[in-house]
Ligand binder design. Structure first.
Ligand code: PLP
Length: 421
């Protein structure tokens, strides 16, 4: 089930201090997750989690994760800039490429970050933009379907990422000829999976393949990067994955295949790390009864796009009414001129009054960061519920001036409140 550990009283207190909507993050919970993950892989002398920055690109959160021993997985120039500004460098950063401007390789090399190449053509780009490090990571795409038992977990054959097996072999030859000594292997074959078998299966695939490629190429097999994909239970009836058990299952596979323990392990979890530790807090501001019963809230898909984009389920509670019967059926909507701007569709909830405080759960990953500005709606603030039990604004809400800032080239700039270039 979703994370119900935060009491309604905390949301009420936060909403007294800050105007809604806002995302609220639980510092203690984020630290605890990092510690659980590190404990799960503590048997591996060379383990590091590289938090996927795109999931929650807030510097305060990134610094918290740094304190907990995590690195960062970046996929763009701005994410690399953020990593550097938060004090990450060298082995604490990995750049995962995908059809990116080649200058970003050079930027990552200047940080001395690990480079995870996505395509055989990236090898030439890296050569000419920053040059090769001693160890290069390659992303593998096995094609077809990725199954565990009879269950299809993912569809790599349709995914834009990674090298085919023949390309991996050819790529390693090119890299070896260029003086690269060691390689890592990366794959991301299943997203948001709560199945404990995912990581151990992926580890087996990558460890077996890495051994084979090392024997063939004569290069050192330095690490596997199991990437992201461990999911969270968005729905009340779903079960959370057991990360300690996952770590133990990966250990068994690892000890079987790598008895000399010479291969490191990296992960790039985003969703599992912070997803359940964030909530979008919003007020009911409108009620409408036509063919359905609508409650309009002051948040919209601009603040949380997953329901509109994927039809994703996010649990919703009404503060102070958790124990009341869910005997009403509502669509919970934002204000966008777009009918998919609905946080919930035909959802059973307790009776909602205008002014009620609603909490949308599990917004701590791929929530704020997926935001956009449709309809001229503005992104919200981000608030940290600190270890000490108080609230700290770690990003202010956007203002109209932020929205207009790039119109400094327009004759109306001054009328919009921005200085004309
Ligand atoms: C998005 C992404 C992740 C994180 O995925 P989650 O589903 O949040 O765990 C990790 N690695 C790469 C390369 C990604 O693109």
């Amino acid at each position: 089930m979703p994370n119900f550990s935060m009491r309604d009283e905390i949301f009420f207190r936060a909403a007294e201090q800050f105007p809604t909507p806002f995302h609220l993050y639980d510092e203690r919970g984020i630290r605890e997750r990092a510690r659980i993950l590190n404990r799960a892989f503590s048997w591996c002398h060379d383990f590091r989690e590289y938090f996927a920055v795109k999931a929650l690109p807030n510097p305060t959160v990134l610094r918290i994760l740094k304190e907990e021993g995590c690195g960062l997985d970046c996929s763009s120039s701005t994410e690399l800039t953020l990593a550097k500004a938060c004090g990450f460098s060298g082995e604490e950063v990995i750049l995962s490429a995908n059809a990116m401007p080649p200058e970003e390789f050079a930027q990552a090399r200047a940080l001395n970050a690990f480079i995870n190449l996505d395509d055989i053509s990236d090898i030439e780009l890296l050569r000419t933009h920053g040059g090769f490090p001693e160890c290069v990571c390659l992303r593998y795409n096995p094609g077809g379907h990725f199954s565990i038992g009879n269950t299809i977990m993912g569809n790599p054959g349709e995914a834009k990422y990674g090298f085919t097996l023949p390309q991996l072999k050819e790529g390693l030859e090119i890299l070896k000829a260029a003086g690269v000594r060691a390689f890592g292997l990366h794959a991301f074959l299943s997203s948001n999976t709560t199945d404990n078998a995912y990581y151990p299966n992926l580890a087996r695939t990558l460890l077996e393949l890495g051994k084979e490629l090392a024997a063939e190429s004569g290069m050192r097999f330095a690490f596997v990067d199991l990437s992201g994909g461990i999911g969270i239970p968005y729905r009340p009836e779903e079960k959370a994955p057991d990360v300690l058990a996952i770590g133990e299952s990966v250990r068994k596979v690892y000890d079987e295949l790598i008895p000399d323990r010479s291969v490191g392990i990296k992960t790039e979890l985003g969703r599992w790390m912070t997803g359940p530790m964030g909530w979008l807090v919003t007020h009911a501001v409108h009620e409408k009864k036509i063919y359905r019963h609508y409650i309009g809230v002051d948040a919209s898909a601009v603040n949380l796009m997953r329901p509109a984009m994927y039809g994703a389920y996010h649990h919703i509670t009404v503060c102070g009414k958790r124990d009341l019967p869910a005997d009403q059926i509502y669509d919970i909507t934002g204000s966008l001129c777009e009918n998919n701007d609905k946080f919930a569709i035909e959802r059973a909830l307790p009776e909602i009054r205008i002014g009620d405080l609603l909490v949308i759960h599990d917004t701590g990953a791929h929530g704020y960061s997926m935001g956009y500005n449709y309809n001229g709606r503005l992104r919200s603030a981000e608030i940290l519920y600190t270890r000490e039990g108080d609230f700290r604004m770690i990003r202010r809400a956007e203002t109209a001036a932020d929205y207009f800032a790039t119109l400094d080239v327009d004759p109306a700039a001054e009328a919009l409140g921005v200085r004309r270039k």
